[in-house]
Design a protein around this ligand. Structure first.
Ligand code: 5GP
Ligand code: MN
Length: 346
């Protein structure tokens, strides 16, 4: 049996909205990751069984290693089909906002979602939910939004309506947001849910391979280069940094998603409990910042204080507007500001 994590009042509310709605639009955050796409498509497959008109819209393209997901071809990319997407958002009865807590996380879609007359619900696991939705299902203690979608469907009494395709999407999001169940994954109910998803016929080993072992040759060579030449360890701070310029990305035929997971690698060095990855963005004039930690070090605080961002205790990110040298300098300032915490026992 699963704990009823979502309040009965929220479940009743969602049930009423879904019952009455004809057109439902699901939206998720910019640079969608496995959990963004997994939760969106998990809900998409479920709502399709309820005979609703459902569309999934994300702000920009998602990486190749998520394209195999059932329904991925139906996902509308906002910066390619803006007019069509604007129409769908404007005509929706309900908009489900998945895996993000503030409107700025949906980039160019912000205005269209904000101004749509649709009722809005948030289903998310980031701290500090904003107040742009009438229903807010926010559970930072749950490791993925995809898990929340599973719980929502079950609490609605619709477990039997989860198809194999839907289960594959939910599993993918749960798996990617926990690094293949290597962090944020000590809740035993996760494994009960996996067992339930397996009962739908998913092949979890195959999903792992599709997501984590189908990279390009360029990514592997870039990884080699980065580890040899671009990784700095700061033993006085138990920290590490990797940075990449646009030129370097071009040299290795960078394509979206190629640097996924790089930020985690330095955490496998003894004593390193905080890792940062700075990458000059190829679409926007900014440096994308990814932060990871192990133990109790709050990398989301560093993200919000130093890099205009936020996120979870152990996985956060932000943006930096300036040169790479300035971004590195800012990172070093953060190390100094947090030196005591970084050196504290894990
Ligand atoms: P990643 O490093 O995988 O891009 O992001 C890890 C986590 O950090 C995301 O799940 C999200 O919670 C948070 N995050 C990443 N970038 C940003 C950002 O620009 N702003 C905020 N508020 N959070 C971010
Ligand atoms: Mn997530």
């Amino acid at each position: 049996m699963l704990t009823k994590v979502i309040s009965q009042a929220d479940i009743d509310h969602v049930e009423k909205w879904f019952e009455r709605a004809e057109k439902i639009v699901i939206v998720s955050h910019v640079s969608p990751d496995g959990d963004a796409i997994g939760s969106s498509l998990g809900l998409y497959h479920f709502l399709n069984t309820q005979e609703k008109t459902v569309n999934v819209i994300v702000p920009n393209a998602f990486p190749d290693f998520l394209r195999w997901m059932p329904g991925a071809k139906d996902v509308i990319v906002y910066n390619r089909y803006k007019e069509f997407a604007d129409k769908l958002l404007n005509e929706a009865d309900v908009i489900c906002c998945l895996d993000f807590n503030v409107l700025s996380r949906i980039d160019e879609m912000e205005e269209a979602v904000k101004n749509s007359p649709a009722r809005k619900m948030m289903i998310d696991h980031h701290l500090y939910p904003g107040d742009f939705c009438q229903i807010v299902i926010s559970h930072p203690e749950i490791s993925s939004t995809s898990e929340l979608i599973f719980r929502l469907i079950c609490q609605l009494g619709n477990f039997s309506d989860i198809s194999k395709e839907g289960a594959e999407c939910i599993y993918t999001g749960m798996m990617t947001d926990t690094g293949g169940f290597t962090y944020n994954s000590n809740d035993r109910e996760i494994y009960f849910i996996i067992s339930e998803l397996l009962s739908k016929g998913i092949d979890k080993d195959d999903i792992y391979r599709r997501v984590f072992n189908t990279y390009s040759e360029g990514r592997l060579r870039l990884m080699g280069y980065v580890l040899y030449d671009k990784m700095e360890i700061y033993p006085d701070f138990n920290a590490a940094l990797i940075w990449l310029t646009r030129g370097e990305q071009k040299r290795f035929q960078y394509s979206k998603g190629d640097t996924e997971g790089f930020v985690n690698i330095p955490l496998s060095v003894k004593n390193v409990c905080f890792s940062a990855f700075l990458r000059e963005d190829t679409e926007k004039d900014m440096i994308k910042v990814s932060l990871r930690s192990v133990g109790s070090f709050p990398c989301n605080k560093v993200a919000s204080e130093f890099f205009n961002g936020g996120g979870h205790l152990n996985a956060s990110g932000g943006e930096f507007y300036g040169t790479m040298d300035e971004a590195i300098e800012r990172f070093k300032q953060a190390l100094k500001a947090y030196q005591d915490l970084l050196l504290a026992k894990k």
